[in-house]
Design a protein around this ligand. Structure first.
Ligand code: NAD
Ligand code: WQD
Length: 344
C-alpha cells in the first residue's frame, strides 16, 4: 500500500488532474479545498475517471485547527502537494492582502504541520511568473528572478524563499518546487477541466468560450511585439502532462531519490507559441472558427517566455508529450461538455 498524499486545492484545475494521476499510480489521496474557486462536483468527475472517490475535507488551509483535525482523521500522510492558492493576477493588484494572507498562510501552516506529523515532502506550485520578462529564452532554473510585477507573483517568489529558509533551518522534510509555464487543456475524458469564474482572464478559456458563442470575439492583446507575428509568445503545457510530473516529484521525495533537500524544476514543453499561432492551431485541430480581433497590449504582459525543460527531462525523467493540437481538442471537448451539462 502506498502512503497517503494530501492534495491542497485538489478540486481545482491542476489539482484535480493530479489527483487522477496519483490515484492511477496507486496513491490514496485526501483533498483539502475550501471551494473558493472550484466545486465539489469535481469529485464526481475524478471518480468517473478512476473509479475511486478521493477523500475530501472542505476546509481552509489557513485554518490550522482544521488542518490539524485533518491529520488526526487521515493518518499516515507522507506527502503534500500544495495547489491551494488564489491565482488571479489582476485581482491580486486590487486585493493584495487577500493574496499574501491566503497564499503565504496556507504554505506556512503546511510547513508547520509537516514537522509536527512527520511528513516527508512537499511539492509546491510555483510559476514561470518568477522569471518576469526574461533577458534570454528559453529560461532555465538558473535564469534571474525578476522583481515581481503583481502581489500574486510576489507570493510565488516569497513562497519559494520561505520553503528554502525553512529547509535550510533544518526542517525534517524535503521540497520540490515546480515552476509551471502556461497550463492548458483538460482531461481527454472531458470529465474534469478548468472552470473559470466569471469572464476568463486567461487565453484558452476565453478562446473556447468565444468558439462556443458565449463571448462575441477574442481580443488578441497586441501584434506589435518583437516576435515573428507580433503577438506574445508562451509555453503552453498540457495539464495532464503537468499532473504526471507531480507524481514523479512526490515519489522522488518519498523514496529519498533526491540528493538535495530542495529541488526546482521548470515544467514546460520547451516550445514557444504565439497567440496567433495558438488560435490557428485550435481552429485547425477542431475545425471551429474563433472570431478574433487585434487590440492594444494588455498592461503588464510579458513579451515572450518559454522553458528550457532539460532539467526536468533529465532528472525527473519527465517530458511533455501531448501534441498541442490534442490539447486544443481536449480544451474544446471540455467546453462542449460544460455546455451539455448546462453549466456554460
Ligand atoms: P485553481 O484556482 O483551479 O485551484 C486552486 C484551488 O485551491 C481551488 O480549488 C480553490 O478553491 C482552492 N483554494 C484556494 N485557497 C484555498 C485555501 N486557503 N484553502 C483551501 N483551498 C483553497 O488554480 P489552478 O490553476 O489549479 O492552480 C493551482 C496552483 O498552481 C496555484 O497555486 C497556482 O498559483 C499555481 N499555478 C497556476 C498556473 C495556471 O496558469 N493555472 C500557473 C502557474 C502556477
Ligand atoms: C497568455 C497570452 C496574453 C487573454 C498568466 C499569469 C501567470 C501564470 C499563467 C500563474 C498572453 C494573451 C490572453 C486574451 C490574449 N499563472 N491573451 N487575449 O499572461 O501568460 O500568464 O497565467 O502563475 O502568472 O500572469 O497567461 O492566459 O492570461 O495569456 O491575447 O483574452 O494570451 O496577452 O500573451 P499569462 P494568459
Amino acid at each position: 500500500m502506498k502512503p497517503r498524499i494530501l492534495v491542497t486545492g485538489g478540486t481545482g484545475y491542476i489539482g484535480s488532474h493530479t489527483v487522477v494521476e496519483l490515484q492511477k499510480a496507486g496513491y490514496p489521496v485526501v483533498i483539502i479545498d475550501n471551494l473558493s474557486n472550484s466545486n465539489a462536483e469535481v469529485l464526481d468527475g475524478i471518480e468517473r475517471i478512476t473509479g475511486i472517490r478521493p477523500d475530501f475535507v472542505e476546509a481552509d488551509c489557513t485554518d490550522m485547527t482544521a488542518v490539524r483535525a485533518l491529520f488526526d482523521k487521515y493518518t499516515g500522510i507522507k506527502g503534500i502537494i500544495n495547489f491551494a492558492a488564489s491565482k488571479a493576477v489582476g485581482e491580486s493588484m486590487q486585493k493584495p492582502v487577500l493574496y499574501y494572507r491566503n497564499n503565504l498562510n496556507t504554505l506556512m501552516n503546511l510547513l508547520d504541520v509537516m514537522a509536527e506529523r512527520d511528513v516527508k515532502g512537499i511539492v509546491f506550485s510555483s510559476s514561470c511568473t518568477v522569471y518576469g520578462e526574461p533577458d534570454v529564452n528559453p529560461v532555465t532554473e538558473q535564469s534571474p528572478i525578476k522583481k515581481a510585477t503583481s502581489p500574486y507573483g510576489n507570493t510565488k517568489q516569497i513562497s519559494e524563499e520561505i520553503i528554502t529558509d525553512v529547509i535550510n533551518a533544518g526542517a525534517p522534510f524535503k521540497s520540490v518546487i515546480l515552476r509551471y509555464f502556461n497550463p492548458v487543456g483538460a482531461h481527454p475524458s472531458a470529465e474534469i477541466g478548468e472552470l473559470p469564474n466569471g469572464v476568463p482572464q486567461n487565453l484558452i478559456p476565453f478562446l473556447t468560450q468565444t468558439a462556443i458563442g458565449i463571448r462575441k470575439e477574442l481580443s488578441v492583446f497586441g501584434n506589435d511585439y518583437n516576435t515573428p507575428d507580433g503577438s506574445c509568445i508562451r509555453d503552453y503545457i498540457d495539464v495532464v502532462d503537468l499532473a504526471k510530473a507531480h507524481v514523479i516529484a512526490v515519489e522522488r521525495m518519498l523514496d529519498d531519490k533526491s540528493p538535495e533537500k530542495i529541488e526546482i524544476f521548470n515544467l514546460g514543453t520547451g516550445n514557444g507559441l504565439s497567440v496567433l499561432e495558438l488560435i490557428n492551431t485550435f481552429e485547425t485541430a477542431t475545425g471551429v472558427k474563433v472570431p478574433h480581433k487585434i487590440v492594444g497590449r494588455r498592461a503588464g504582459d510579458i513579451e515572450k517566455v518559454w522553458a528550457n525543460p532539460k532539467h526536468a527531462n533529465e532528472v525527473l525523467g519527465w517530458k511533455a508529450e501531448t501534441p498541442i493540437a490534442d490539447t486544443m481538442r481536449s480544451a474544446w471537448a471540455w467546453q462542449c461538455k460544460l455546455r451539455e451539462r448546462g453549466i456554460m
